[in-house]
Design a protein around this ligand. Structure first.
Ligand SMILES: *Cc1c(COP(=O)(O)O)cnc(C)c1O
Length: 423
């Protein structure tokens, strides 16, 4: 559910007309709904009911400070994958003791920053990383809380680029090697082994793969954790099951948070751990849109193109994954419809928001809303073709706030210099 709807033929974000925001802040622009963000968090969190759990919002899906702040105020922790994301989470008022650090390529400065900040745990993805975190901990005189990210070798049945839990993926530690690595971790003095972690992919639209992954981890936990680790003194208190719950972009029917939570909680009975969840997309995806203005309509013999002012530099999902995003007129029209590709200004044929899409025949100046753009939208935006990145707007009831300004032309060249020989 979200708070974007038509009223008398005009699209609203909560109580504010999308057309009004677009006229005032220009296009392209990201618009988020605060009520939707809050609602998504609460529904997800409440789905786990009394099961001891911690929701750690996945910062990479939407890293805007105001969005992070909204979740922090709901009590959310954060799942980060870089020092930069740690900085953002802390700046937004996030509690370091609710931050988990994932990712295959953590660098020394990032590990030091996280250790000094006192994060909840590092989700370790390789043997060398395990040794390295111990070494950094020793240099700082600190013990690093860790879990191992296990690769359960299950097929998430999602796009290959966002499937992370299969043997051939770069993520995690092979399940059959992880027991050995846990034993090794217990011998390292600057590590504290506190958890087990597993994240199998993104935009999962059925509970099957989650249940399979949990069953594999569970079998392993019963054998290794209960049978060995706890006896050796490792206090395994957390089971992190990652993120990945899908959303509806078109006609997908992803499980509800209640179904998802129900399936996981059932697989956990008797384990006596605190569950950690790292949802990203399900929190923010349908809480945001990208508004773009129609520049031209090109009618070729075989095909029509609606050229808009936003492009793959602003929202790369359709270009990168071939994914579907709904494109809706901001002002409804009952006139003639056309079938066209909605394309941006970027000099790449992959620069499109929609292919062969039926929409009301647009004229220059009309506004289109690319829906479900709150996750992996702005965070994946770039300056390709030297377009300043769009602003981000947060709507709260009948008010809206520009929570990130549109970049300026000066921002485009910030930090660039011309060496003396060229002056
Ligand atoms: C990307 C990612 C997530 C969030 O995935 P969603 O599909 O957006 O919920 C969670 N955990 C890790 C480790 C990730 O890499």
């Amino acid at each position: 559910m979200n708070h974007f709807e038509y009223r008398n033929g005009e699209m609203f974000a909560e109580e504010v007309p999308v057309g009004k925001i677009s006229r005032e802040v220009g296009t392209p622009a990201y618009i988020y709904s605060l009520a939707t963000l809050r609602r998504h968090y609460r529904v997800f969190d409440q789905a786990f009911g009394k099961t001891p759990h911690l929701v750690c919002f996945s910062v990479k899906s939407n890293s805007n400070l105001a969005v992070l702040r909204a979740f922090a105020k709901e009590g959310s922790g954060f799942d980060i994958v870089s020092g930069g994301e740690l900085f953002r989470a802390l700046q937004a008022g996030g509690d370091a003791r609710k931050i988990v650090f994932s990712g295959v390529g953590k660098k020394r400065d990032e590990i030091e920053y996280a250790l000094k900040s006192g994060i909840l745990m590092f989700n370790v993805e390789s043997e060398q990383e395990l040794m390295f975190i111990d070494e950094v901990g020793r240099a700082l005189g600190k013990r690093a809380p860790i879990s191992l990210r296990i690769n359960p070798d299950v097929d998430a049945k999602t796009h290959p680029y966002i499937s992370t839990g299969m043997k051939k993926s770069k993520f995690g530690i092979e399940i059959k090697r992880s027991a050995e690595l846990y034993k090794q971790a217990l011998t390292l003095k600057n590590l504290e082994v506190i958890g087990v972690d597993c994240h199998i992919g993104s935009q999962l639209t059925s509970v099957g793969p989650f249940v399979d992954a949990l069953a594999r981890v569970r079998e392993y936990l019963d054998r290794v954790l209960v049978g060995y680790l706890r006896k050796e003194g490792a206090d395994i208190r957390y089971l992190d099951l990652g993120g990945g719950l899908g959303i509806r972009y078109k006609d997908e029917e992803p499980p509800s948070p209640e179904e998802y939570a129900g399936a996981l909680v059932k697989g956990l009975e008797g384990l006596n751990v605190t569950l950690i969840l790292e949802p990203g997309r399900v929190m923010v995806g349908n809480a945001g849109m990208l508004v773009t203005e129609v520049l031209y309509l090109k009618e070729h013999e075989e095909k029509k193109f609606v050229v808009v002012d936003g492009g793959m530099n602003d929202l790369i999902r359709p270009a990168l994954y071939g994914s579907y995003q709904a494109v809706l007129p901001v002002a409804e029209s009952k006139g003639e419809t056309i079938v066209a590709d909605v394309v941006g200004p970027i000099c790449e044929s992959g620069d499109f928001f929609a292919k062969d899409r039926e929409l009301p025949r647009p004229k220059p100046g009309d506004l289109l809303a690319v829906m479900s753009a709150g996750a992996y939208g702005f965070t994946m935006a770039s300056n390709y073709n030297s377009h300043p990145r769009p602003p981000e707007v947060l709507v709260d009831g009948d008010k809206y706030y520009v929570v990130r300004e549109r970049e300026s032309l000066d921002d485009l060249i910030r930090g660039e210099t011309i060496p003396p020989a060229l002056q």
